[in-house]
Design a protein around this ligand. Structure first.
Ligand code: DGJ
Length: 549
């Protein structure tokens, strides 16, 4: 009896301690960075998002896990469908979610779940049938002629209640089914929210709201943060006269730019209420993702009012339960979009990106330049080669470097190397400590080496381009880790009259956090001491020590 009691006491203590130690996944600030903490430890998401329909039947996904592991993913980004989990109002079926959790655990993989609720790429195709067939109770958005769109109106309390109830029930289920194991590390609320084909909803409730005053909460926020608002928002506001009160048209203008701010606010408020209903049950980090703007397109031609960079202030004001706004980067100017989403109060997480060969270097750049929480190409189960080969190699570098990257986040001792676009020919200059690194990107075919001098291959243009980019970590004064591919880096000292030279350059690997030498590099491999070069076509790490003379 005594033994049993002691045994129970022990179990209780262990259980209590374990519970006390494992707060749910959450975000934690480190310097200028924000880290995702899972089971007490920071995690860098090496992600892949699956195709939209691939999680409707877990058996379909089963054969792909080996491939996900071979790509060196540690997290799979997967939809949860409102119509599947709540087929009848109030009756929930989490069997697909549970099977997904089991598969992820069997494969030692984390999950980010995507709540395909009221909106998926503006539309409402994942609303359950009992919602779709009842537009009277669950109103649709209207186009400018007043005709119904297949989009749930964010101005309907009934729509909001139904979505928030389903999302809250999902998060409660995750708390019960996964609170201890922490397989699920974040949840995206809705998917690529935004109004199309006009800049704003024109259903009767929306028209009424548009004719009414701008809510005091938004005006107060904008006034309190006036110094730090985005230039675009400031411009729209001041072009309409910079008023502190009035109707939406009076304060922000009656044109598409003003209408978009109106939509952003109401989308944010709706999403915030859905998010808060989930957080109340299980406070996981929550985010929203944005369809970015095609050059030259107007609000309504692109999804109007989504969590876009020029609307960040409105979203931050309207959706405090959302932890971050995330870009889906399908455009070539990756550096520009990544930069626009890394702002004070908004850490960078890229849940969707093109899965081409450049995904490999775009990810390295995001981690190195912007302390990204994670990077994840889209349609990962469809990735072919060479893109898959490059991604696996670059995620392998991230896995090796994870402890170092995490330790250096937020203190200015890391940089990302990536060209601003295909036309860039100038070297990228990066200052770290007392040195300036000058990186050039090798494009096209791997060049020939003639006496260590790189000469462009004669047939460049006829062979596929190689990805080029990487990251640098300053380990200490004059000591760097350089990781990536197709880079040539020269070094200069910031002190006038002093040159920088390479004391040593080694290629190696980190094994369980320990550096292991593969080769000590010199001669042709460093152009006789002039530069460090990461060969095109393969991903590698070098540890470089500099000196000044
Ligand atoms: C962005 C969306 O968020 C994804 O769900 C998917 O539809 C891709 N676009 C493109 O297929």
């Amino acid at each position: 009896m005594r033994i049993t009691f002691r045994f129970l006491l022990l179990i209780f203590c262990v259980g209590t301690c374990a519970h006390a130690e494992s707060a749910p996944p959450h975000l934690r600030v480190q310097g200028t960075a924000t880290q995702l903490i899972v089971d007490g430890r920071p995690l860098l998401i090496r992600g892949g998002e699956i195709n939209n329909s691939s999680a409707t039947n877990p058996a379909y996904l089963e054969p792909s896990w080996e491939r996900f592991k071979a790509l060196n993913l540690n997290t799979l980004i997967v939809p949860v469908y409102w119509d599947l989990i709540e087929p009848q109002e109030g009756q929930f079926d989490f069997s697909t979610v549970d099977r997904l959790l089991a598969q992820a655990r069997d494969n030692r993989m984390h999950l980010v779940l995507l709540w395909f609720g009221s909106w998926k790429n503006s539309m409402s195709c994942y609303a359950p049938a009992w919602i779709k067939v009842d537009p009277k109770r669950f109103p649709r958005a209207g186009d400018p002629s007043g005709a119904r769109l297949e989009i749930l109106s964010p101005f309907s309390i009934e729509n909001l209640r139904a979505d928030a109830k389903a999302f809250g029930t999902l998060l409660r289920h995750l708390r019960d089914a996964d609170g201890t194991q922490q397989t699920v590390v974040m949840v995206q609320v809705e998917n690529e929210i935004g109004m199309i084909p006009a800049a704003r909803d024109h259903c009767p409730e929306a028209d009424r709201a548009f004719a009414g005053p701008v809510p005091g909460e938004l005006m107060d926020y904008l006034t309190a943060h006036a110094e730090h608002l985005t230039t675009e928002l400031k411009a729209t506001w001041s072009a309409a006269g910079g008023k502190r009160a009035g109707t939406w048209a009076e304060v922000f203008g009656a044109d598409p730019a003003g209408e978009e701010i109106f939509m952003a606010w109401y989308f944010a408020r709706y999403t915030d209420a859905v998010a808060a209903a989930g957080k109340k049950e299980y406070p996981l980090p929550l985010y929203v993702n944005a369809a970015l703007i095609r050059p030259g397109h107007q609000p309504g031609q692109y999804p109007s009012g989504g969590p876009l960079p020029h609307l960040m202030d409105v979203w931050h004001a309207g959706a405090p339960a959302i932890d971050l706004l995330a870009p889906d980067i399908y455009f070539q100017n990756f550096t520009e979009w990544a930069r626009r989403y890394k702002r004070p109060g908004n850490p960078l997480f890229i849940p969707e990106a093109v899965r081409g060969p450049n995904a490999s270097v775009n990810g390295l750049y995001a981690f190195g330049a912007h302390d990204a929480i994670g990077f994840s190409p889209f349609a990962i189960e469809s990735i072919g080669d060479p893109a898959g080969k490059y991604l696996a190699a670059s995620f392998d570098l991230i896995a090796q470097l994870e402890p170092l990257i995490l330790a250096h986040q937020g203190n200015g001792s890391m940089a990302g190397l990536l060209s601003e676009g295909p036309e860039q020919r100038q070297p990228q200059l990066v200052r770290l400590g007392n040195y300036v690194l000058s990186a050039t990107f090798e494009r096209g075919a791997p060049p020939n080496l003639a006496d260590g001098v790189i000469v462009p291959a004669a047939n460049s243009g006829t062979v596929p381009a190689y990805p080029s980019g990487g990251l640098v970590i300053e380990l200490g004064p004059g000591e760097f880790i350089v990781a990536g591919t197709a880079l040539v880096i020269t070094f200069a000292s910031v002190e006038p009259g002093l040159n920088a030279g390479i004391l040593s350059a080694e290629e190696g690997r980190f094994v369980n956090g320990e550096w292991q030498n593969i080769l000590s590099l010199g001669g042709d491999q460093t152009h006789q001491g002039r530069h460090v070069r990461l060969e095109p076509g393969r991903f590698s790490i070098q540890r470089v020590k500099l000196y000044r003379y």
